[in-house]
Design a protein around this ligand. Structure first.
Ligand code: ZN
Length: 81
């Protein structure tokens, strides 16, 4: 059994995912047509008049954060580790 498959089993047994933690602590907008859930960016404070420019995308176990204002991109892909 590979490390990845062991990790997958452990991960799937746990109800606590990064998505769970994020959505419990941050108020996100409903997903847009591409699945992005907007939020005010805490990196650049996102104080433009263009609306909320930061957003999370939850794609299975992967979590991606991107801000269209300051261009920060952060990804969490647990099964690729
Ligand atoms: Zn930003």
């Amino acid at each position: 059994m590979t490390y990845n498959s062991i990790y997958s089993i452990i991960f799937s047994m746990s109800d606590i995912t990064l998505k769970t933690i994020i959505t419990q602590h941050i108020h996100l907008q409903p997903p847009n047509h591409k699945g992005w859930q907007a939020v005010r960016c805490h990196v650049c404070n996102d104080h433009t008049r263009k609306g909320l420019r930061g957003a999370f995308l939850f794609d299975g176990d992967n979590v991606i954060y991107k801000c269209w204002n300051c261009s920060i991109v952060a990804t969490y892909k647990p099964l690729e580790h």
